[in-house]
Structures are given as structure tokens and as C-alpha cells.
Design a protein around this ligand. Structure first.
Ligand code: NDP
Length: 328
């Protein structure tokens, strides 16, 4: 521990589930890093859709809590048994605790190296959505050259990255997006067709000579799930990885039988970054692709941390593109 560190800090705190207004900008203690953890002075926190589920109560949380698991910054404290990192190192992570704050803690084995040429603030834009895009197309469904995949919310944080990774693997990518501007962004990321959210299944079938897509990556959920199933070819896979339009209600497994021996999975990042090795592999592939110029990321907006409520409102009302960052 360092005597020059303050004992209290500004942070966003949630005391009760609710709308964006429950995100309060207030004072909380600076956390101390536990065994195997580091304390980081925040350069930026990443905004992710999951924080809206945690805030509103879709996901149960212990209250009060400081939201945020993605962030970047400078290591300013080391917990017991930490090695390989020293004070002053600049790091980023998808697995921090309470990154909507001036200081946050993170497990040392979930720190990502920041590639040369990426500034510490922008580094917060990559870990969570980047590693999600990576595991979805490398490990949940291994996208291969010549395949056709559908990616919903193609202009979103995960969508823009996942589109580029799938195109780099030689796949044809069909996306959905809600506005002309978002459609154009998605095309720039490599989508060959950008469709509306209704009627896309029929169009996917037309574009694949009646066969359907090999996989659909669906983070929109309630509004798209049925048509996503209808977009698949025989033995295709529906990867349901989120519910930005709401959660998918229970459904009859017999539908998988009648529609062509389909697969449905509901993956989550934590189960695809279980070891330091797995996390490092994903991060290194992402950063290599960034270095090679095949993966570009887009910071669509930045907000002060004190304006986290406005940021949540924009994300939930579909006003964001790419990555949004929160700055202390
Ligand atoms: P996005 O930047 O993609 O934002 C969500 C987008 O969803 C919106 O911009 C909007 O794009 C689209 N959308 C469609 N319908 C709605 C609706 N009714 N209300 C709001 N948005 C809607 O967010 P993220 O990249 O952070 O996350 C994308 C999805 O991935 C989320 O569902 C998230 O929970 C999930 N996720 C899952 C992970 C996992 O491991 N399972 C990890 C990370 C993210 P448009 O305007 O084009 O419709």
C-alpha cells in the first residue's frame, strides 16, 4: 500500500435497481487489492450493455455496488502474492471490480498488456467486447472460410469487432442495424449486406441460395431470436449472447428438431477466459490483428464518469455506435 493514495474516491454507486437515475456520482472508499489483485488508477472505464442489466435488476446484484468490469489505467497498488506487475505499469482488463470509479481492483491474471501505439484511455475500449468477439467466432462457433454468418447490431461495440474478425477468417457476414448511419458503419467494417431487424430471415435465405447461414450471433435477443432460428441452415448454430431488446422467453426444444437439427448456445465471457493462458491467447490475437491493421476499433463517444446515467440512457435507446468510454 502507498501512503500517497487517498482513502476515499469519487465513484458511481447503485443502491437500488432502476433506470439510469439510480447511477449516483458519490464518494466511496478506495478498495484495497486482495490476494492476487492489483489496484489501478482509472484512465477510462468501458461502457458495456451488461451494466444496464445489472443496474436495472435483470441480473441480480448485491447492493450497494459500483458498476463496471472493463477499464484501463496505471497500477498503483499490489495485493498479496502479486508478481509480474509493478507500480506504474499501464494495464487494461475486462475483469475489474467497480471500474466506474477513480480506482478499481482487478485480478493480476486478467490484466492485458497494452499494445504499443494504443493510448491508455483507448485501451479500455478493447478488452471486454474484443475478447467477446474473439471467443464467439473462435471458440463458441469456429468460423471458417467460405461460411456465411449473421451478426445482429452490426454497428455496436461487439458487432463492429466481430464482423471484422469473421471477415478476416474468410466468412461472408450479413448484419442488422437500425439506421442508415449504422448500416454504413457496419458495411465499412466488412458486412456484405446490412438488413433491417424484421424480415431478415427470408433475405438471409435468398442470399445463401436457400440454404441459410452457418451461424447467427444474436446479442439482441427477444426481438430477433425467432427469425435468427429461421435464418439457419441444417445443423446451423444460434449463438445467443445477449438481450439488448430484452430476454428471450423459454422455448420448446422440439423447434430445434423440426427446423433442421439446430444448435442453440448461450455463452458468457467469464467461461471463455477461465485461465491466464486463455485470456492472454485471446488478447494477443486481438492486438496482433490491430497491429496488422485487420482489426480497427471505434470509440464512438466519451462521457465523464459522473454522466454515467446519460451514457446508459444513450446505450439503451440505441443512440451509440461502437465503443463508449467513461472518463474519471
Ligand atoms: P451494443 O453497442 O451492441 O449496443 C446494443 C445495440 O443493440 C444497440 O446499439 C442497438 O443497435 C441494438 N438493439 C437492437 N434492439 C435494441 C433495443 N430494443 N434496445 C436497445 N438496443 C437494441 O452493446 P455491446 O456491444 O456492449 O453488447 C452487445 C450485446 O452483447 C449485448 O446484448 C450484451 O449484453 C452482449 N454481450 C455479451 C457478452 C457475453 O459474453 N455473453 C459479452 C459482451 C456483450 P441498433 O440501433 O443497430 O439496433
Amino acid at each position: 500500500s502507498d501512503d500517497s493514495l487517498p482513502t476515499s474516491q469519487h465513484a458511481v454507486r447503485v443502491d437500488i435497481p432502476g433506470g439510469p437515475e439510480v447511477l449516483q456520482w458519490t464518494e466511496v472508499p478506495v478498495p484495497s487489492p486482495g490476494p492476487g489483485e492489483v489496484l489501478v488508477r482509472t484512465a477510462a472505464a468501458g461502457l458495456n450493455f451488461i451494466e444496464t442489466y445489472q443496474r436495472s435488476g435483470v441480473y441480480r446484484m448485491p447492493h450497494p455496488f459500483v458498476p463496471g468490469s472493463e477499464g484501463s489505467g496505471t497500477v498503483v497498488g499490489l495485493g498479496e502474492g502479486v508478481s509480474g506487475v509493478t507500480g506504474g505499469d499501464v494495464v487494461a482488463t475486462a475483469a475489474g471490480s467497480g471500474t466506474y470509479a477513480e480506482y478499481f481492483t482487478a485480478p493480476v491474471d486478467q490484466l492485458l498488456p497494452i499494445p504499443a501505439g494504443v493510448d491508455p484511455v483507448e485501451a479500455a475500449a478493447i478488452p471486454l467486447q474484443g475478447m467477446t468477439a474473439h471467443y464467439l467466432c473462435r471458440s463458441t462457433f469456429t468460423v471458417e472460410s467460405g461460411q456465411t454468418v449473421v451478426i445482429h447490431a452490426g454497428a455496436g461495440g461487439v458487432g463492429l469487432l466481430l464482423t471484422q474478425l469473421c471477415v478476416a477468417r474468410g466468412a461472408t457476414v450479413i448484419t442488422t442495424a437500425s439506421t442508415p448511419e449504422k448500416k454504413e458503419l457496419s458495411r465499412q467494417a466488412g458486412a456484405s449486406e446490412v438488413l433491417d431487424y424484421t424480415g431478415f430471415a427470408a433475405r438471409v435465405r435468398e442470399l445463401t441460395a436457400g440454404e441459410g447461414a452457418h451461424a447467427v450471433f444474436d446479442g439482441v435477443g427477444r426481438d430477433t431470436f425467432d427469425e435468427s432460428l429461421d435464418s439457419l441452415r441444417v445443423r446451423g448454430m444460434l449463438v445467443l449472447f445477449g438481450g439488448s431488446s430484452g430476454q428471450v422467453p423459454p422455448f420448446d426444444l422440439q423447434r430445434l428438431n423440426g427446423a433442421g437439427s439446430l444448435y442453440v448456445t448461450r455463452p458468457s465471457l467469464a467461461f471463455y477466459t477461465r485461465t491466464a493462458e486463455e485470456t492472454r491467447w485471446r488478447a494477443e490475437e486481438l492486438f496482433t490483428a490491430m497491429g496488422a491493421g485487420t482489426l480497427d476499433f471505434r470509440v464512438g463517444a466519451t462521457y465523464a464518469l459522473s454522466e454515467a446515467g446519460r451514457a446508459h440512457g444513450d446505450l439503451e435507446s440505441r443512440r451509440t455506435t461502437g465503443k463508449s468510454l467513461l472518463l474519471p
